[in-house]
Design a binder for this molecule. Structure first.
Ligand code: 13P
Length: 257
């Protein structure tokens, strides 16, 4: 049985005071519930708040994640952040291949692959995002796109490293649009993704890999999505910026867990 995993991707939002307050409130609320026994929870704030928020949530059971990383160990890479730096400030997760990095910033499958290997090689956990554009779905290319992203992203990953990978299926047309995939659409994409992972790593290992759904997850649709057999949690954008909404999603997971 896979434990559900709900992570908040704060993207480029909140100021310093808002970030500290949100993390502190979240820690306090989760401390007074038994949700963390049933659901793994992580927050992924902007880089500049990581060190401080690492202190705020220390000992709370809430995981800390970064939204990106660079694959080189150190050197003349102006503006970039290394895996070791993220470890240094208390991160245990790194989001890799988010659609905004793929489609807004222009990251390629190859760059994403290098980043993913660097994170796993450095001992951290990866939240590896995949997902199709609207025009790809409308052209019946969803499975082709997911398969390409999975095979290129996870090439060369060892079985031990796979135990530190969470996949996040985020259909690009559902991100920030208020348009959520239906439970059936999510289940279909997750099941297909798991079958590709099984082909690469074997059925037993594929059964242990958690696949989150992301794209306009809210407290009122979270349970319907996470109740599907291959949906193992959520990667939450907008709703993770509001304490009540994020807690509502965590609680929806806990009620299923
Ligand atoms: P929204 O929840 O705002 O649609 O964002 C989803 C997402 O991209 C999480 O990584």
């Amino acid at each position: 049985m896979r434990k559900l995993f709900v992570a908040g991707n704060w993207k480029m939002n909140l100021n310093y005071i808002e970030a500290v307050t949100l993390a502190d409130d979240l820690k306090e609320q989760l401390a007074s519930s038994d949700d963390l026994a049933k659901v793994d929870v992580a927050i992924c704030p902007p880089f500049v708040y990581l060190a401080q928020l690492g202190q705020v949530i220390k000992g709370s059971g809430i995981g800390l994640g970064a939204q990106d990383v660079y694959f080189e160990k150190n050197g003349a890479f102006t503006g970039e952040i290394s895996v070791a730096m993220l470890k240094d400030v208390g991160c245990s997760y790194v989001i890799i291949g988010h659609s905004e990095r793929r489609h807004v910033i222009g990251e390629t499958d190859e760059l994403i692959h290098q980043k993913l290997l660097a994170v796993l090689g450095g001992g951290l956990k990866v939240i590896f995002c995949i997902g199709e554009l609207l025009e790809e779905r409308e052209s019946n290319l969803t499975e082709e796109v997911l398969e390409r992203q999975i095979r290129s992203g996870l090439a060369g990953v060892t079985a031990e490293q796979m135990s530190r990978v969470t996949v996040a299926y985020e259909p690009v047309w559902a991100i920030g649009t208020g348009k959520t995939a239906t439970g059936d659409q999510a289940q279909e994409a997750h099941k297909f993704s798991r079958s590709i992972i099984a082909d690469m790593f074997g059925v037993e290992l594929a059964q242990q890999v958690r696949i989150q759904y992301g794209g306009s997850v809210k407290p009122d649709n979270a349970a319907e999505l996470m109740a599907r057999p291959d949906v193992d949690g959520a990667l939450v954008g907008g709703a993770s910026l509001k304490l009540e909404a994020f807690l509502g999603i965590v609680e929806a997971g806990a009620s299923l867990g």
